[in-house]
Design a protein around this ligand. Structure first.
Ligand code: AMP
Length: 416
């Protein structure tokens, strides 16, 4: 990786302001999945071992849309982290007013700031309101950006050094992820960030071949740029899930009332033609689990063409075989998006079948990367997560990586 990491700087006696991704699911004050907290431990421990002190900051939930709730306070995470590390973690109840807590820190101490998104200027989201003139909108946006800079300045004042270990928000240019790097001189990646960039970056830019990408999930329109970018990199592109039906329709196949984005049919045709020109194998389902309704108890049948009134909710067994053969022979596999409605048992076999094939890639000496979102949930549910080379912690961020975009939270870090 060409970005500096914690390993490249002297941390002794330094205050490190670290952006982590502690956006964990919380219900009634209880953390339901601590993967993201544990993911940040190597960076946290390293700073403390090197004689530094730490100010941790993160967002949790969507307080900008849903308001501040008892389940979005970072106090819950501070207490949890304190137990994990078996040491006190001080808590600052306002991320923009933590001078006292930070001043009291000694080497080896940790302060956790309250949810950064309790301040709207963290994200500085700004949409033109109905009836608002272009000029007024521009002025409001500029004022918000100014406030964002002020918040970033405040956050920067807590540290000598900035470390970004929050891959999950690296695709956002927020006060705590990217704007802060314009104020503080030294900005480096944490170890989780480093691992994400190394896996996703080298998979896409320097893949060991054959390179197979598997895309699924509900919508083609969410993955337009991913399909386009990956086609220029992969040897085989496998499509499953709801998004497959727009491609099948583009080929003139019968898809019943399966998910279909009519406005993407031309795009689907273009992509398949592009794949042919590039010599990329483009695999679509050859059979499907069709259901008479979107329901866990629906009647089902395995069909290649889907009758009127029925919908494809999973790939069929022949498709699982076809996809598994392509996957097992790969040396690099990237997977984003389930093959069907795996949340319902009747429509989960395709996703779990593909999961088993992907799990064999590492055993065969290849690299398997699960690129965020629902495929991570599926892999965790299958119990095969430990058989994957890398399970990404960032859904949106890993998708943008696969689109070939530069992530603001990554490009803003110091280069080596
Ligand atoms: P995404 O967020 O785009 O990755 O989509 C994930 C969602 O797509 C999951 O909740 C799946 O249940 C859903 N999904 C997968 N396959 C289908 C399908 N064939 N029809 C409808 N929804 C699907």
């Amino acid at each position: 990786m060409n970005k500096k990491t914690l390993r490249d700087i002297d941390l002794k006696g330094k205050k490190v302001i670290m952006r982590v991704d502690f956006n964990v699911p919380v219900k009634e004050g209880v953390i339901k999945d601590d993967t993201r907290i544990k993911g940040a431990l190597p960076s946290i421990k390293y700073v403390l071992e090197q004689g530094g002190s730490l100010v941790l900051m993160s967002h949790m939930g969507r307080p900008d849309e849903k308001g501040i709730t008892p389940d979005t306070t970072m106090k819950i995470v501070a207490d949890y982290l304190s137990k994990l590390l078996a040491k006190p973690v001080a808590f600052a109840a306002d991320c923009a007013n933590a001078d006292a807590e930070v001043a009291a820190m000694k080497p080896g101490d940790i302060v956790m700031l309250e949810n950064t998104r309790y301040h709207k200027e963290e994200q500085a989201k700004c949409k033109q309101k109905d009836g608002e003139s272009d000029e007024d909108f521009k002025a409001r946006k500029a004022a918000l950006k100014e406030q964002q800079k002020e918040l970033a300045k405040k956050l920067a004042s807590y540290g000598d050094v900035f470390c970004n270990d929050a891959f999950g928000t690296a695709h956002r240019a927020h006060a705590s992820t990217a704007v802060i790097t314009k104020i503080i001189d030294t900005s480096v990646a944490g170890f989780l960030m480093e691992k994400e960039i190394e896996y996703l970056g080298s998979a896409v830019e320097n893949p060991v071949r054959p390179f197979v990408a598997i895309l699924g999930g509900a919508k083609v329109s969410d993955k337009l740029a991913v399909v386009k970018n990956l086609l220029t990199k992969v040897d085989t592109l496998i499509i499953g899930g709801g998004m497959a039906y727009t491609f099948l329709k583009a080929l003139g196949r019968k898809i019943g009332k399966s998910l279909c984005e009519e406005d993407q049919i031309q795009y689907a045709k273009d992509m398949m033609a592009h794949a042919k020109d590039l010599g990329v194998k483009f695999l679509l389902p050859v059979d499907n689990v069709a259901a008479d309704k979107f329901d866990p108890e629906a009647n089902t049948q395995i069909v290649s063409d889907i009758p009127d009134g029925w919908m494809g909710l999973d790939i069929g067994p022949k498709t699982v075989e076809l996809y598994s053969d392509a996957i097992k022979n790969a040396k690099t596999v990237v997977w984003n998006g389930p093959m069907g409605c795996f949340e319902m048992e009747k429509f989960s076999k395709g996703t779990f079948g593909v999961c088993e094939a992907v799990a064999q890639v590492k055993a065969n000496g290849g690299i398997s990367i699960i690129g965020g979102g629902d495929s991570v949930a599926a892999v965790n549910k299958s119990g095969l997560a430990s058989k994957m080379s890398h399970v990404s912690t960032g859904g949106g961020a890993s998708l943008e990586f696969l689109e070939g975009k530069e992530l603001p939270g990554v490009v803003s870090l110091n280069s080596k």
